[in-house]
Design a protein around this ligand. Structure first.
Ligand code: SAH
Ligand code: F3S
Length: 482
């Protein structure tokens, strides 16, 4: 692989990996969760073995792939708009370009995509990317191609991802695929299939390889990382059928975190996402034990009302969630916590909504990702419950939640003032070319004068000021981690 430094539109320099001898051009873009961005790196790797290097220019592409998201209707509409754009480019400047859809919309709509969108030549679900070379030869022969089969084993553990749009400092490593939780609002179990975990050895090897290439931070990815369980391969739900030997040597998430933290003591580790029902005390204790595991937990709760949590099929109560929060604060006092919330789930009353606000008051999250409920075809909520909250009410409740979160984010940001915190430099600040930007352990962005530091350095920064979401500081020297 040859590394080329490329200037993208924002003027950020990106390292693009290209394989010598490849003469076809792939334009790949991703929407939705971090897992999709990570999957696109697997796809780019598979295609780089089959004659394709990536390009940043749509007009120049032989093949355009869009990795899609189905989580809310709006996400799907965004993809439909992109398809219109590809259509225009194909019509006006690039008539030979082929277009493929990957990811959750491909899995959800299957062959309907080929009927509904004339521009689409290829439909590939999240577990079928290794079939891309075969599918592309069908497309080369002038036929539409589709593979949306979900797998019990596929984890892509044997594929070394081609890092796309990378800053050369931070990277994602996927550890589980699929989800068994069946939250009633969520389309993911249908589009990404049953949950399976990746071989810890292949995870550690990928991390070692990233460290050798100079990467400094890895985020372990899964829909539900705390449910990670390796017992030799196969679905999580089949663990009961494992042999005694397999059960005795199984690796859970706390153990995996420890393996990663020990394999690369100078690398930072993050993980996402944690479902409260699967998060255990030993994960929190492992985080406390290793300085290189970042003190940040994304712990979506969706609602503060016990009645709604039950209707969502979330397997914990409000009180159990508080207990988890108390444990986190006791074991890791400076841990940042973030949420996902849904406003306007079917049957949600004003009282339920107030319960959500009061839960937020209790936790005072550092960050949040907040959404109006969007009914998804095929989910249990769609089949059993009427989407009965008027759009205006959903919007107003969402606005209440966002406003309260902003107050809490501001409160949390202010708590950093006057402290000295270790920051990993990722890139130039968007607002000033005299400043670096990076994150502290708690995942808050910190901006400070460049001096002689460079991306990838761990720097101790004295926090002197803040906006609602960003910390501003002065560098005082390299941290011990360098
Ligand atoms: N475990 C996953 C969650 C995936 S979905 C993860 O890795 O992030 C991300 C968030 O989208 C959920 O936590 C939820 O808050 C929101 N979401 C999911 N389905 C939704 C729907 N039908 N309407 C609105 N928001 C939804
Ligand atoms: Fe979706 Fe719930 Fe899994 S939100 S991804 S079904 S944990």
């Amino acid at each position: 692989m040859e590394k080329i430094i490329d200037e993208n539109k924002q003027g950020e320099s990106l390292i693009i990996e290209k394989k010598a001898g490849n003469n076809r051009k792939l334009f790949i873009e991703s929407y939705g969760c971090q897992m999709n961005f990570s999957d696109s790196e697997i796809v780019a790797s598979i295609l780089s073995e089959n004659g394709y290097n990536t390009t940043q220019d749509l007009k120049d592409a032989d093949l355009v792939l869009v990795n899609t998201c189905s989580i809310r209707d709006k996400a799907e509409q965004t993809v439909r708009k992109r398809l219109e754009k590809y259509n225009a480019v194909k019509r006006e400047v690039n008539p030979n370009m082929k277009v493929g859809v990957l990811g959750c919309m491909a899995e959800r709509l299957k062959s309907k995509f080929l009927e509904e969108e004339k521009i689409v030549d290829l439909v590939v679900g999240p577990d079928a990317y290794k079939d891309l070379p075969n599918l592309l030869s069908e497309v080369d022969d002038g036929r539409d191609a589709i593979n949306v089969i979900l797998s019990k084993e596929e984890t892509y553990g044997d594929i070394a991802p081609v890092r796309l749009n990378t800053n050369g400092v931070t990277a994602f490593v996927s550890i589980t695929r699929g989800c068994d939780n069946m939250c009633t609002f969520c389309v993911v179990p249908f589009t990404r299939g049953r949950e399976r975990s990746r071989d810890p050895q292949s995870i550690v090897e990928e991390i070692n390889d990233l460290a050798n290439k100079g990467y400094k931070e890895v985020t372990l990815l899964g829909q539900n990382v705390d449910s990670y369980l390796w017992y030799g391969g196969g679905l999580k739900k089949d663990f009961d059928k494992a042999t005694d030997m397999q059960k005795a040597t199984a690796v859970n998430f706390a153990k995996l975190l420890e393996l990663c933290a020990q394999a690369q003591p100078k690398m930072r580790f993050r993980f996402s996402t944690s479902n409260p029902q699967d998060m255990t005390l030993d994960v929190i204790e492992t985080m406390a034990k290793y300085q290189n595991i970042c003190k940040y937990i994304h712990l979506p709760v969706q609602s503060g009302s016990n009645r709604i949590l039950k209707a969502m099929n979330r397997q914990h109560t409000r009180e159990e969630y508080f207990k988890m929060i108390d444990n986190i604060r006791r074991i890791i006092p400076d841990c940042a916590i973030s949420q996902d919330m849904i406003a306007g789930f079917p049957t949600e009353t004003e009282d339920d909504h107030q319960d959500t606000l009061s839960l937020m008051e209790y936790v005072k999250y550092d960050f949040g990702f907040m959404f109006a409920y969007s009914e998804r075809p095929g989910t249990l909520a769609e089949r059993k419950l009427e989407d009965d909250i008027p759009e205006a009410t959903k919007k107003r409740r969402l606005q209440d939640i966002i406003q309260l979160q902003q107050e809490h984010s501001h409160y949390r940001t202010q708590q950093h003032l006057g402290k000295v915190e270790e920051v990993l430099i990722e890139k130039e600040s968007k607002k000033s070319d005299a400043h670096w930007a990076g994150r502290n352990s708690q995942n808050t962005m910190v901006v400070f004068p460049k001096e002689n530091y460079k991306p990838g350095d761990f720097v101790n920064v004295k926090i002197t000021d803040c906006t609602k979401a960003t910390l501003i500081g002065e560098p005082i020297g390299y941290s011990e981690n360098n």
